[in-house]
Design a protein around this ligand. Sequence first.
Ligand code: BYC
Length: 318
Amino acid sequence: MDELTRNSEFDTRIAEGIKIEPKDWMPEKYRKQLTRMMSQHAHSEVVGMLPEGNWITRAPNLRRKMALLAKVQDEAGHGLYIYSAAETLGTSRQELVDQLLTGKAKYSSIFNYPTLTWADIGIVGWLVDGAAIVNQTMLAKCSYGPYSRAMLRICAEENFHKKQGYEIICTLMKGTKEQQKMAQDALNRFWWATLMMFGPHDSNSPNSADLFKWKVKKKSNDELRQHFVNITVAQAHTIGLEIPDPDLKYNSETRNWEFGEINWDEFYAVIKGHGPCNKERLQARNDAHDNGAWVREASIAYAKKKQGKNLERFLNVG
Ligand code: BYC
């Protein structure tokens, strides 16, 4: 089959909403775009363990500690699902991880901000996981089968994470004046950084055209950001928190909460490696990778040994 026919068959499948599976033919650009996006997503899950992991030893009680431990472990699991899904496109996990460790690959800007107080853990669960759900609910319907199926499972878990975070903040808001201040301060520091998670404005998003054409994205960066603001403002006001945006106002015609401009200079500085914690995060991932070398060696040796036995058994049976 020639290139033109293959391309047109691929486009027809996309138009009909048929999922693309790993062994199906796909344009190289589709493979590349998905590998880029999925690997960045997997890296985000893994780097995302760091700001919250920072509070496991300081959680205020056993119940909070257990929930936080489980959440951080879930993020590791999400990283694994998405690396596995990304590998089906032909790049090995080792290669993808190397791109992260050498600083070549991006991961979500939000994880380059520090978690300074316990309230930050509540805010991360509520806002960051909340934003991730908005984005990933869309991706669960994307055209690439392995990615969309991974998203379905991840979204179910993220919902628990969001509730866990919001409950921490609700508890603080029912507490002392200091606790309420702590929650407001965490919201002030994380609000704008969370809005940046959705990426640049649509007019400055170079990848969106391809991703829309191939039904990887079904809603734009700005549409998802607006949806997130609309649901989150109500949740903040219900518990007495103020959104740190003097331009925030409700438009009763469009039924949207209109909001001020994001500091895009800050966004681009963070994604270029100059955020408050970029160096620290990369160092922590490199240290973890180096310290885990013996585990990888041992498991490869074990797998080889087992494979050898299976091979012997197979040969004996044969
Ligand atoms: N941070 O053309 P654009 C989670 C980059 S949740 C860093 O609009 P695209 C978690 C972008 O990569 C977070 N970089 O890109 C939650 C591109 O650069 P390259 C992870 C960003 O792909 C709780 C350039 O800017 N979620 O893991 O159309 C706990 C131009 O942007 C960011 C995902 O990754 C950013 N915020 O749209 C633990 C979801 N925004 O690659 C963990 C999957 C943009 O051309 N990804 N850039 O050099 C997506 O949905 C899309 O990739 C994005 C960006 C909406 C993020």
